[in-house]
Design a protein around this ligand. Structure first.
Ligand SMILES: C[S@@+](CC[C@H](N)C(=O)[O-])C[C@H]1O[C@@H](n2cnc3c(N)ncnc32)[C@H](O)[C@@H]1O
Length: 189
């Protein structure tokens, strides 16, 4: 899967980030994880392997979704990993009868705040929200964003605002780790 991701430039989680999250999952032992942003199913399979949990994962891109279906079948995990095709911003109600122990956000960076607000209503007490790319190639937390292109600047500013939002949120204790592309872990109090 890593070779495929490399060849077709699919942005999957970096090794250091994955090792860190797998260790967290081994400690946390979640029964149910929700992932926003499946891509080809790489992280979903890795998460499932690390804690024998059920994973629900959402993908809006049809090519990615089909590739993930194939990979999850090949891994014999179709009964443990539930792929949901759609835009996470539109299908939040599909999860209304579920509760998750961990929510992993790894989709459109500009929408992280929306994903967090929409989906944390389905998080159990003491649950974790984990977000990847919080330092976004070292671009978040720069002193000066002026040298970035306009679209990249907008994106980085949104991630920066989301980081602030997490750090001051009264219902969560958040730490941002300089691991992989930057990983935040927010524990629901
Ligand atoms: C960084 S990749 C996910 C990588 C994957 N978690 C892994 O590490 O193996 C982000 C994926 O999120 C999907 N995505 C972006 N915004 C989305 C949305 N609003 N709803 C569902 N999927 C989305 C993209 O199509 C892309 O495949």
């Amino acid at each position: 899967m890593k070779e495929y991701a490399n060849k077709y430039k699919v942005p999957i989680i970096k090794d250091e980030g994955l090792i860190f999250i797998r260790d967290l999952l081994k400690i946390k032992r979640p029964l149910k994880i929700l992932e926003i942003g499946t891509a080809i199913g790489y992280s979903a399979i890795q998460f499932q392997n690390s804690c024998d949990c059920e994973v629900y994962t959402i993908e809006r891109d049809e090519t990615m979704y089909n590739e993930a279906v194939k990979n999850i079948k090949l891994a014999n995990l179709s009964d443990k990993i539930h792929l949901v095709f759609g835009d996470a911003l539109d299908i939040v109600e599909d999860f209304k009868d579920m509760k998750f122990d961990v929510i992993f956000i790894d989709a459109a960076k500009a929408q992280y705040l929306k994903f967090f607000v929409l989906y944390t209503k389905y998080l159990n007490d003491n649950g974790l929200v984990i977000c990847d790319n919080m330092l976004f190639h070292g671009l978040v937390l720069q002193d000066n964003y002026d040298e970035l292109s306009k679209s990249l600047r907008g994106l980085v500013k949104k991630l920066d605002a989301f980081r602030e939002f997490l750090l001051v949120h009264s219902e969560y204790d958040t730490t941002i780790y300089d691991i992989g592309d930057g990983i935040s872990v927010s524990v629901k109090k």
